[in-house]
Design a protein around this ligand. Sequence first.
Ligand SMILES: *Cc1c(COP(=O)(O)O)cnc(C)c1O
Ligand code: SF4
Length: 377
Amino acid sequence: MEHWQQLLRGSLTKPEEIAKRFDLDVEEVKKVAEVFQFRITPYYASLIKEKGDPIYRQIVPDVEELAEKSGIADPLSEDKDSPVPSIVHRYPDRVLFLVSHSCASYCRFCTRKRKVGNSDKINPRHIDAGIEYIRQHSEIRDVIVSGGDPLMLADSKLEYILSSLRSIKHIEIIRIGSRVPCFLPQRVTPELVNMLKKYHPLYMNVHFNHPDEITEESSRALNLLADAGIPLGNQTVLLKGVNDNPETMKRLMQKLLTVRVRPYYIYQADYVQGTGYLRTRVEKGLEIMQALRGWTSGLAVPAFVIDAPGGGGKIPLLPEYVQSVDDEKVVMRNYKGELFVYPQESKAGSPSVPANAHKAPRCPALEAFPELEEIIC
Ligand SMILES: *Cc1c(COP(=O)(O)O)cnc(C)c1O
Ligand code: SF4
């Protein structure tokens, strides 16, 4: 057995263990555990500093999970877009390929809370049908290998999947989505990365939600992956009491860049049954985006998206930078909230305002629009 598998075996998986460790009512933990899967690796549990902190809230079962009635079991209607059990085919040129039901630890806010940890719902016997589906659909050029967590599979099983995908001519890129570098970084071994790098172009999206998750151990794992030439992105879920303030989120994005991970998405928490106590209002995400753009490196600014309930896909949301657009000009706000004007090309092709309009000493760019100067200077 590999070292990481031994570590995984030492995870907290029994209600009694959780109750004892965090001073909880064992009957309550049992009730939650009957409905939703849980597991906490010893490494991730060691990052908890106190009950209720941002690490704790992500993985310790909470009676609040049973209280909520408003969420939806399959909020993204993935099951509707699933031609075979292991595939979600929603977008024209790419698919989600679910290859593992298991995760190193189980996030309380998981979108696939109804499925993860359940081998009836995500099962290895569906893998070949998934590969066959991808082979039959030549419009697919990008496969996102997900689950559960694909890095929970043994190297040989994962290699079978990657090499099968690589044998399909129309597959240009492969992406792996994994929270293992955050939950169980010891699983990222030299053997694993040597195998992965045979299947380039291979991308990986990891999942970190709080700056305290970027430790010496996780940095080691991320650096190994980056050294193997795997471009790393990060997906963060916006969560109440975890990362729902601009300072925490900015620090997380900056720290990710120091370990060569490029922030990719911040997700509004999905409308999943049993996760209401972790959801924020949407304005919080907009406030965070406003606090990132311009105030720190553009590389540290991901897209803020809502994966639309009902299966609409990911929709980006931005604070209002565009004030107005008309035939003559675009009026915009910069990151500090100051107004600026960009003169439009006239529809005939020549600029509709003098080229030196932006050189006016006071209120640059506005000279050509005296009517605006009154309003915004
Ligand atoms: C998120 C997602 C993708 C990938 O979307 P990108 O914006 O390309 O990263 C593909 N398929 C499904 C079903 C998804 O949910
Ligand atoms: S690691 Fe991903 S799939 Fe697994 S429980 Fe967390 S969010 Fe869900």
